[in-house]
Every structure is written in structure tokens, then in C-alpha cells.
Design a protein around this ligand. Structure first.
Ligand code: FE2
Ligand code: FE2
Length: 295
């Protein structure tokens, strides 16, 4: 693969690996877990709740409970989502196409393993566990392996960008319990390296796939990645979280919230940076712009 022949990219990978070694921490001793979490504080900034801006839930007691359940949903999404993507990365590590990046990919897998542990640990300690994985695999044709590489790393980037949007904000929100601020900010710190790598790597993987297979698949890839963006945003709206928080008519509220114009604006904002990236990298001919979330 030509990626390894590009000195600027090789240098960046080496620099990020060095930074991972330097910033390495033991996740099992890194945090001081409080005995209890029952002081009534917001677990999620109220403006980041999925009903925010819709007026669909007015009772503050329910909103505070929803902040708890949506925190559990958010962390559960990381556990299930990154597990599937780690499997894909692990499948590739030390294969000829990825041999040049194996050291960095080991850091990636190690760090994501730590994230899976601490997000699940929070839910297990304070909230009765994580939500089960309800995702239905997106049915599609299997592409050539170089296009599959593009799809896997595009999915990782989308996932990481959603988390980073919320982590970077909630890591600084002093209304949240200290342990939650810390989980968000530690994750944000690790993810800044992953996103830096992911964007450059995806450009190279895309160029490599086009070089090998031509432009024939590019429209399909664009459609697939956009559908995945919509699917990822939709996964923030968990009907079980609504029900467990005591939201009346949870399924209807979920449907109405997802389609609300105030939420459409937020969906675009959450995905704005990655949407711009896909356009500037030539992976999108037109921006995603928020389509397809409400179904
Ligand atoms: Fe992560
Ligand atoms: Fe990551």
C-alpha cells in the first residue's frame, strides 16, 4: 500500500504512537469511583438530552432521570459500537495491508479496550448495567476489501466524532458529578489522537481503493456512509431510556423528538465537523446535512 511510502503520514503515525506511549495510563487505577451517586445532580448536561429544545418533556424530575438513562445509553453505545469496530481493526492488524500501522493500531485497540471497560464499569456500579445491543446490522452488499477498509474506518471516525462532540462539552460541565466529568474528559483526550489518525488514514485508504478499483463504487460508498451517520445519530434516541426515565408515551415521544426541527439543527451541529471532512476529502460530493435520521 502506498500509505507507508508517504513520509509525512508515516511521521504522524510515529508521533501519535509516541504520544500514546507517553499518555498511557492504567484504566483500572486511574479513577476514584465514589461509593454512591445519589446526590440528585444532573448526569448529563440538560441541553444535551435528546428531548432538549422540543418541549416534549416538561417535568424536571423526569428530565433528571432521563439524564441518567441517556448517560447509560451513551456509554452503552460506546461499549457495543466500539466492540464491533475493534473486531474489524483486530482482523486487519498484522496483515500485509496494515503491517506498517500495527504499532499504532495496538495503541488504538488497547485504548478502546480501556474505554469499553470504564464506560461499562460506571453503568455497572451506579445504574444496574448497560443497555443491551439493539443495533440491527445494516444490510448491504459486501464491497472489495479495500472499500471495506474505507467503510470500517469511516464508521470509526463517525462514532468518534459523535463521542467527541459530547465528551468535550460534558468534560467541562461542573454541574455533573466529578467522576462523569473525568470519564468524559479522559475519553476526549484519547480520542483526539484517534481522530487525528483516522482522518489522515481514511484519506489514504480512499485514495488506495480508487487507485485499485476506480470510481465505480464512490456513489455507493457516499450513500452508505451517510446512512451510517443517520443511523448513529438515531441510536442516541433509545426508547428504553425514555421508558426507564418515566417518559409518558415513550415511542411516540422518541419519534416526535427525532423529527423535531430543533433536533435536526442539533444533528447537523453534532456531525458538522465530520461532514465537512468527508466533503473536503472528496468522499462526499454533497454534505450529509442531517437527512435520514427520523424514520
Ligand atoms: Fe473510545
Ligand atoms: Fe477512539
Amino acid at each position: 500500500m502506498r500509505v507507508k511510502e508517504e513520509p509525512a503520514f508515516a511521521e504522524m503515525v510515529e508521533r501519535l504512537s509516541a504520544k500514546s506511549r507517553h499518555d498511557h495510563y492504567n484504566p483500572y487505577t486511574r479513577f476514584t469511583w465514589p461509593d454512591r451517586m445519589d446526590d440528585g445532580s444532573w448526569w448529563m448536561s440538560p441541553e444535551h438530552l435528546t428531548v432538549h429544545g422540543t418541549g416534549l418533556v416538561g417535568d424536571e424530575r423526569v428530565l433528571r432521570e432521563l439524564a441518567r438513562r441517556e448517560t447509560v445509553n451513551f456509554f452503552s453505545l460506546h461499549v457495543h459500537g466500539i466492540r464491533e469496530l475493534m473486531i474489524e481493526v483486530s482482523r486487519r492488524i498484522h496483515t500485509p495491508r496494515f503491517a506498517a500501522y500495527s504499532e499504532y493500531l495496538h495503541h488504538f485497540v488497547g485504548e478502546e479496550n480501556a474505554h469499553m471497560w470504564f464506560f461499562a464499569e460506571f453503568c455497572n456500579r451506579y445504574a444496574g448495567g448497560i443497555y443491551p445491543d439493539v443495533s440491527t446490522p445494516y444490510q448491504r452488499e459486501v464491497f472489495e476489501e479495500e472499500w471495506e477498509d474505507v467503510v470500517v474506518f469511516a464508521r470509526i471516525l463517525i462514532f468518534e466524532e459523535i463521542f467527541d462532540y459530547y465528551n468535550s462539552r460534558m468534560g467541562r460541565d461542573r454541574r455533573l458529578p466529578e467522576i462523569l466529568q473525568e470519564l468524559h474528559s479522559v475519553h476526549h483526550h484519547d480520542e483526539s489522537r484517534h481522530v487525528a489518525f483516522g482522518k489522515q488514514f481514511l484519506r489514504h485508504l480512499y485514495a488506495h481503493a480508487v487507485e485499485l478499483h476506480g470510481q465505480g463504487r464512490t456513489a455507493e460508498i457516499e450513500d452508505y456512509v451517510k446512512a451510517y451517520m443517520a443511523y448513529s445519530v438515531r441510536s442516541l434516541y433509545n426508547p428504553h431510556a425514555y421508558r426507564d426515565a418515566g417518559v409518558a408515551r415513550p415511542l411516540e415521544v422518541r419519534r416526535e423528538a427525532m423529527a423535531h426541527p430543533a433536533r435536526e439543527e442539533i444533528h447537523r451541529r453534532v456531525m458538522a465537523r465530520i461532514d465537512r471532512f468527508f466533503v473536503s476529502a472528496g468522499i462526499f460530493g454533497t454534505p450529509w446535512g442531517g437527512e435520514g435520521v427520523a424514520v
